[in-house]
Ligand binder design. Structure first.
Ligand code: ZN
Length: 331
C-alpha cells in the first residue's frame, strides 16, 4: 500500500546545531552489570535544525568482542587501529545506540525505536544493553504516547524491537503511524525468506512476520517520498535490502538521519570499503554509504546516525580515501 506524497524538498544550506534548554535534575539508571561504558550523564541531547526541535535519545550500547569475521576485508588489528585513531577503546568494539525525535510542523516523530531491552548478543562475552529509549524520552519531557509517527530505517532488532513489548509483542506506540520502507517491509514479510536466511537470523524474521503485518498502523512507503512535511526517505540499501535514511529540512538547514549507512563512523566512515558481516549486501552498502556521505558533504548538512558516538550528531568531511566525523559533544 504505497502512498504518494509531495516530493520536491528543496535541498539548501547548512544546519547549525544549537543546544537548547536541558534539565540537569534527571538522572539516568546505573550501567547494567558487565557494561564497561558509562551511560551518558543525561540520556538526551536537544538541538535545532531550522524550526525542527531534534532530540537524540540514548537507547544503550553493544560492547562487541573482537571477531575476525566482523569485517571480511579488515583484520582485528586493523579494526583496533581504526578505533584507536578515533580515540575509542580497543578492548571491544563500542556500538552505542541512539534514536532521534524530531518535532516539526506540529508532528512529533520518532526515528527508529531502539532495541527494547530485547536484543541478545550471540557471544557470551559481549554485552548488549538496550531499551533505555522510553525512560530517556520521558526525561527529555517527551511523552511516548504523544508520538504521532515512527519512521523505521530497517528491520534489525536494535531498531525495531523497541516497537514491541517484551514477551507480549504489544505495540509500544499504539497511537503512532509507523512508516517503513516498502522494500524493507516486502523483504522481511516474504514467507519464503525464513528458509533463505542463516539459521541465526530466522527468529528475527519469524517475529517480524508474526507481528508487523497484523498491525493496522504500519504504512510501507515506496521510494524517496516525503513522508511528512519536511522529512523524506533517502534510499540507502545494502546494510539491509530496504535500508533507508531520513532527510530533515527546515528553513535553510538540513540534517541527514543516516541510520546504519555509516555504522560506527570510526569503522564505516573512516574505512567505507570495509565489508561488515552486519551488511546483507556489502558491495551495495559501500555504494550507498559513499553516495549518502557525499551528498551530506555536498549540501553541507549535519548528520546523525544510530551508532554514532553519543550524542550521535556531527559533521562529516572527506579524509583521504574515507570520511571523518566531527562530533558535537553533549554537555
Ligand atoms: Zn543498527
Amino acid at each position: 500500500m504505497p502512498r504518494t506524497s509531495r516530493r520536491d524538498v528543496i535541498l539548501s544550506a547548512a544546519v547549525a546545531a544549537a543546544a537548547l534548554g536541558l534539565d540537569k535534575s534527571l538522572a539516568i539508571a546505573a550501567p547494567a552489570r558487565g557494561q564497561k561504558t558509562a551511560d551518558p550523564t543525561r540520556g538526551f541531547f536537544r538541538y535545532a535544525v531550522g524550526d525542527a526541535e531534534c532530540t537524540a535519545v540514548y537507547d544503550g550500547i553493544y560492547e562487541k568482542t573482537h571477531d575476525p569475521a566482523f569485517f571480511s576485508n579488515a583484520t582485528v588489528a586493523e579494526t583496533k587501529r581504526a578505533l584507536a585513531d578515533a580515540g575509542l577503546t580497543t578492548a571491544f568494539v563500542p556500538i552505542p545506540i541512539s534514536v532521534f525525535v524530531v518535532k516539526l510542523n506540529g508532528k512529533l516523530v520518532l526515528c527508529d525505536a531502539g532495541g527494547g531491552n530485547q536484543v541478545q548478543a550471540f557471544h557470551p562475552e559481549c554485552v548488549f544493553v538496550s531499551g533505555k529509549t522510553v525512560a530517556n524520552m520521558r526525561a527529555a519531557g517527551i511523552d511516548p504516547k504523544r508520538i504521532d509517527t515512527v519512521l523505521i530505517s530497517h528491520f534489525h532488532p536494535d531498531h525495531i524491537f523497541g516497537l514491541l513489548e517484551k514477551n507480549t509483542n504489544a505495540p509500544v506506540f499504539p497511537n503512532a503511524e509507523i512508516i517503513v520502507p516498502a522494500a524493507e517491509y516486502r523483504w522481511w514479510t516474504d514467507p519464503s525468506l525464513i528458509t533463505r536466511l542463516p539459521p541465526g537470523h530466522r527468529p528475527l524474521a519469524r517475529r517480524i512476520q508474526a507481528v508487523i503485518p497484523h498491525w493496522k498502523n504500519v504504512l510501507p512507503v515506496e521510494g524517496e517520498d516525503e513522508v511528512m512535511p519536511g522529512i523524506r526517505f533517502v534510499n540507502a540499501p545494502g546494510h539491509t535490502p530496504g535500508h533507508t535514511a531520513f532527510h530533515v529540512s527546515s528553513g535553510n538547514q538540513q540534517l541527514m538521519i543516516s541510520g546504519d549507512a555509516a555504522y560506527v563512523p570510526a569503522l564505516g566512515a573512516a574505512h567505507p570499503r570495509w565489508h561488515g558481516v552486519f551488511d546483507w549486501d556489502a558491495v551495495g552498502a559501500v555504494a550507498s554509504r559513499r553516495r549518502l556521505l557525499d551528498q551530506v558533504i555536498a549540501d553541507n548538512m549535519m548528520i546523525c546516525g544510530s551508532h554514532f558516538p553519543w550524542p550521535g550528531l556531527g559533521k562529516i568531511a572527506r579524509d583521504g580515501s574515507g570520511y571523518a566525523l566531527t562530533t558535537v559533544h553533549s554537555t
